[in-house]
Design a protein around this ligand. Structure first.
Ligand code: SF4
Ligand code: SF4
Length: 383
């Protein structure tokens, strides 16, 4: 009897952390069949679920940190086990005990940077609006139509700053009345929440919500599907309800209403990668494709694994901050898939996907064969 007690305690902690649905699993193994990890190494969500059901989770194991929250196994699970929520519950326990296996330790630096500077990249808060230098971008004031929220990677990462600048160019061309929060903007908190740090997520979310309310924000335009997901689906947990639009939706709207005219030709073969948090998590599949199809001269080739079946880039669930050895990166497989359909340009609409695909171009040595672009970068070239 004595040995049951500690196990029972762990089961209770898992339940309290939101992992109660684990008990519904009947071990069919469908999750393991579809999980992208099993393309690159062995990994079993089914086993994690089984161990957790008996309170036998090894919280020091790297396996509880693998799930990228891609959303493909919850689509298949016949028992609604909610693998993502349940998996995050296990990470909450590990985070609480401060147990991080070696490849996960960068999370410590990320957390410190989020607390101190409001971004995960160890960059200074004071530099958050530097990407907009030389562009006609105003600070948001009450009464403006739209707050543009670029998010951390577009504000600081040299490759992704180009996406923020392309977006501002497009908005200015279409005559959109918009502003940014600059140094008052904080990380949205989506990815740190998926690593199990609920307290830090709440802190970031509350600060952002206060800033939005204090500045009279009603409608938020985002570039990252991760910001989109958390503003739209998670911030309402704090009893707020902002209108949230992703740039791919907004581009579709601007073109459809005739506010943005695409005047040039794009004579290249293009494919589109559905980011997990735009596609599977939020059902936005058509707008980016419709936008690309409006471009004259562009040849669009779909990859076999697209829309609901899109292959994860590997960057969700906080994995963007963790070490993934060469040979285990899903993004490499995805870039190869894009080249297999003859694409010269792999287009997507998420900063994590772009960062990962740009890495793959280098490590696969295919920089001459394929380009990686955010959808806004192509539209910027067409106006
Ligand atoms: S698909 Fe669902 S029910 Fe089947 S093993 Fe995975 S978690 Fe369990
Ligand atoms: S959500 Fe995706 S990465 Fe996570 S276990 Fe399921 S299939 Fe694998």
């Amino acid at each position: 009897m004595e040995t049951v007690v500690p196990y029972k305690e762990i089961i209770d902690v898992i339940k309290e952390s939101g992992g109660d649905a684990f008990k519904l699993c009947f071990q069919c193994g469908l999750c393991d069949v579809v999980c992208p990890w099993n393309r690159v190494r062995t990994f079993s969500m089914r086993k994690i679920v089984r161990q957790a059901t008996f309170g036998l989770t090894e919280i020091e194991s790297e396996d509880i940190w693998r799930c990228t929250t891609c959303g493909i196994c919850p689509q298949q699970c016949p028992r609604d086990v909610q693998q993502i929520e349940s998996g995050v519950a296990l990470r909450r326990i590990a985070t609480e005990y401060g147990v991080f296996p070696k490849p996960v330790t960068p999370i410590r630096t990320v957390s410190g940077s989020l607390i101190g500077e409001g971004n995960p990249l160890s960059e200074e808060r004071a530099k958050r609006a530097d990407w907009a230098e030389g562009l006609s971008v105003k600070m948001f004031t009450e009464g403006m139509d739209i707050l543009y929220f670029p998010g951390c990677y577009l504000c600081y990462d040299p490759r992704l700053k180009k996406v923020a600048r392309a977006t501002a160019d497009i908005l200015n061309s279409a005559g959109v009345d918009f502003g940014i929060l600059g140094t008052k903007e904080n990380c949205c908190g989506e990815s740190i929440r998926k690593t199990g740090d609920e307290e830090l997520f709440k802190r970031l979310a509350k600060e952002n919500i206060k800033t939005f309310i204090d500045n009279g924000v009603k409608k938020i335009l985002v570039s990252s599907p991760h910001c989109y997901h958390t503003f739209k689906n998670e911030y309402p947990e704090f009893m707020v309800d902002f209108e949230v639009v992703h740039i791919s939706q907004y581009l579709f709207e601007l073109i459809h209403e005739g506010r943005l005219e695409l005047t040039k030709e794009y004579g290249k073969k293009v494919t589109y990668h559905d980011p997990c948090y735009l596609g599977r998590h939020n059902g936005i599949y058509d707008e980016p494709r419709e936008v690309l199809k409006k471009i004259s001269g562009l040849e669009f080739n779909e990859m076999p694994e697209s829309r609901e079946d899109s292959l994860c880039c590997g960057g969700g669930g906080g994995r963007i901050w963790m070490e993934t050895p060469k040979g285990e990166r899903f993004c490499d497989l995805r870039v190869e898939q894009a080249m297999e359909v003859g694409a010269e340009v792999l287009v997507t609409s998420c900063p994590y996907c772009i960062a990962n695909f740009e890495d793959s171009r280098l490590t696969l040595d295919v920089t001459e064969n394929i380009e990686v672009k955010d959808i806004t970068e192509i539209i910027q070239e067409m106006i």
